[in-house]
Ligand binder design. Structure first.
Ligand code: GDP
Ligand code: MG
Length: 283
C-alpha cells in the first residue's frame, strides 16, 4: 500500500496538542478494541510524556469479548490504566468517569484542604481517527456537542465541552503517524475505518482481512457468506464470497471492488459478529 495517510492537518493537530498538554490534568487515549495495538499512535508517547493517561479500548461491543479481556490483562500488566468502553452507551462510560476522578483525587483533596474552589478536571481526548473520541465526549456530556461520523476526519478543530461540574473535555482531531506499522497492521487499520477509503486499495485490504478472519473466526465467515468450505487461498476465498453475494460483472466475472465495499461496510458495522483482528503477544 502506498498512500498518504499523514495529511498536513495532522501535523498541525500534533503541534496544537503539544500546546494543550500543559493545560490538562489527564489524557484519555482512545483505540479500537478490535485492533488495540495497530490503532495506537506511537508518536503519542513522546508527545504526552509523563502526563497521566487512561487507555480506552473503545467499540468493545464490536470486539471479541475473550480477546478484549486478554488485552485488558496485557495493558494492566504493563501498568497502563485501561478500560474497555462502548462510546455510544453512556452507562459503559461510568467507570471511565470514575477513574478520571480517582486519578485526580489528590488535586481535589489539596484544593479542598486549602479552602480553594475545586475546578473541573481537564481532560484531553486523543487517538487515531474514527476511534470514537467525539462519541465518548458527547456521551459523557449528555448531549451532542461534538460532530461524529463513521469516517475519519470529521473533527477538524480542538473543542472544549463540559461534563457536569467535574470534567472539562477537549476533543481533538484524530492523528495517524507518518510511518504506520507492518503491512498487515496497516490493513487492519484501514479495515477498521481509520483511513479514508478513497486513498486505499480496498480490494487488497478486503481480501487479506477476509482471509485472516477465515482463519481466526471460520464459522462466522462461513455463516455470513454462506460458504460450505473456506478456501485456503485468499483470492479464491474472496472470489467465492463475491459470487455468493452476487457481486458480478458482465460475463459472470467477480466484481471485487463492489464486494470490497460491501465487506468493509459489514465488518465496520459489526455484521460479521464480534471480532478482534489482533491478539496480545503473551509475555
Ligand atoms: N459500535 C460502536 N460504534 C461506535 C462506538 N464509539 C463510536 N462509534 C461510532 O464510530 C464512529 C466514529 O466515531 P467518532 O466519535 O466520530 O470518532 P472520532 O473520529 O474518534 O471522533 C461513529 O459512527 C460512532 O457512532 C462504540 O463504542 N461502538
Ligand atoms: Mg471526532
Amino acid at each position: 500500500m502506498d498512500v498518504n495517510w499523514f495529511p498536513g492537518h495532522m501535523a498541525k493537530t500534533l503541534r496544537e496538542m503539544r500546546d494543550h498538554i500543559k493545560q490538562v490534568d489527564l489524557v484519555v487515549e482512545t483505540c479500537d478494541a478490535r485492533i488495540p495495538e495497530s490503532s495506537r499512535n506511537p508518536e503519542l508517547d513522546r508527545l504526552l510524556g509523563t502526563k497521566p493517561r487512561i487507555l480506552v479500548l473503545n467499540k468493545a461491543d464490536l470486539a471479541d469479548p475473550v480477546q478484549t479481556s486478554r488485552w485488558l490483562d496485557y495493558y494492566q500488566k504493563a501498568q497502563i490504566p485501561v478500560l474497555a468502553c462502548e462510546g455510544n452507551r453512556r452507562t459503559s462510560l461510568e467507570p471511565l468517569r470514575k477513574l478520571i476522578i480517582a486519578m485526580n483525587q489528590h488535586k481535589i483533596d489539596a484544593a479542598k484542604a486549602k479552602g480553594r474552589l475545586i475546578r473541573p478536571i481537564r481532560v484531553m481526548v486523543v487517538g487515531i481517527p474514527n476511534t470514537g473520541k467525539s462519541t465518548i465526549i458527547n456521551a459523557l456530556c449528555g448531549k451532542k456537542i461534538a460532530a461524529t461520523a463513521d469516517r475519519p476526519g470529521v473533527t477538524r478543530h480542538a473543542n472544549w465541552s463540559k461534563s457536569g461540574s467535574e470534567l472539562e473535555l477537549l476533543d481533538t482531531p484524530g492523528v495517524l503517524w507518518p510511518k504506520l506499522g507492518s503491512p498487515s497492521s496497516q490493513r487492519r487499520l484501514a479495515a477498521s475505518g481509520a483511513i479514508k477509503d478513497d486513498v486505499l486499495p480496498i480490494e487488497e485490504i478486503a481480501m487479506e482481512v477476509l482471509f485472516d478472519l477465515s482463519q481466526d473466526y471460520p464459522q462466522k465467515i462461513q455463516d455470513r457468506y454462506k460458504l460450505e468450505q473456506l478456501n485456503e487461498e485468499p483470492l479464491q476465498l474472496m472470489e467465492a464470497a463475491c459470487r455468493r453475494r452476487g457481486c458480478l460483472l458482465p460475463g459472470n466475472k467477480p466484481d471485487y471492488t463492489r464486494f470490497a465495499v460491501l465487506f468493509l461496510d459489514e465488518l465496520r458495522a459489526g455484521k460479521i459478529g464480534r471480532i478482534t483482528l489482533e491478539r496480545p503477544v503473551q509475555s
